[in-house]
Design a protein around this ligand. Structure first.
Ligand code: FE2
Ligand code: FE2
Length: 165
């Protein structure tokens, strides 16, 4: 990052880099959980659920890209080994071991709720000290809020469908 770009960051950059690498690890887990879930899903409304999961997977990968770019701009390096994702992540990785659509939706809703909490905290942390990261975090947070809503709407439809035969 340029000298002036770095100068306007009024917070502890090492601390910020740690938080960003934690969020970066979450994004890869979220990406893979969605991606694999979309491959294995079984049950009612399978097509719709698969399409939604795949779309979210794409968004999470894009988030990983955004966060990695900001880490590099700030002079850091994105987590180098997937092994470290387990130590760094804020949110747990839930393998899609049970492919039933309802279970997948519930797991991913839990993941989105954790992501919303993480980015909301990061938003508060960067509000005063780093407007560029703040703006990026806000964009990602908006997506995660939409993801949660989309999944909950699908779950609601699924429940209506299964309860009425
Ligand atoms: Fe994300
Ligand atoms: Fe998401």
């Amino acid at each position: 990052m340029g000298t002036k770009g770095r100068e306007i960051v009024k917070m502890d950059v090492e601390h910020l880099l740690l938080l960003l690498n934690k969020a970066y690890s979450d994004e890869w887990f979220a990406y893979y959980q969605y991606w694999l879930g979309a491959k294995v899903a079984k049950g009612p409304m399978k097509e719709g659920v698969m399409a939604e999961l795949l779309q979210h997977a794409g968004d999470e990968l894009r988030h990983a890209d955004m966060v990695a770019q900001r880490i590099i701009q700030l002079g850091g390096s994105p987590v180098e080994s997937p092994k470290q994702w387990y130590e760094m992540a804020n949110c747990s990785y839930d393998p899609p071991s049970d492919p039933y659509v309802r279970v997948l939706l519930e797991q991913n809703i839990k993941g989105e709720q954790c992501a919303i909490q993480t980015y909301n905290a990061l938003l508060a942390e960067t509000k005063e000290g780093d407007p560029v990261t703040y703006n990026m975090v806000l964009q990602i947070l908006q997506d995660e809020v939409m993801h949660e809503e989309d999944l909950q709407a699908l779950l609601e439809d699924l429940d209506l469908m299964t309860s009425r035969g």
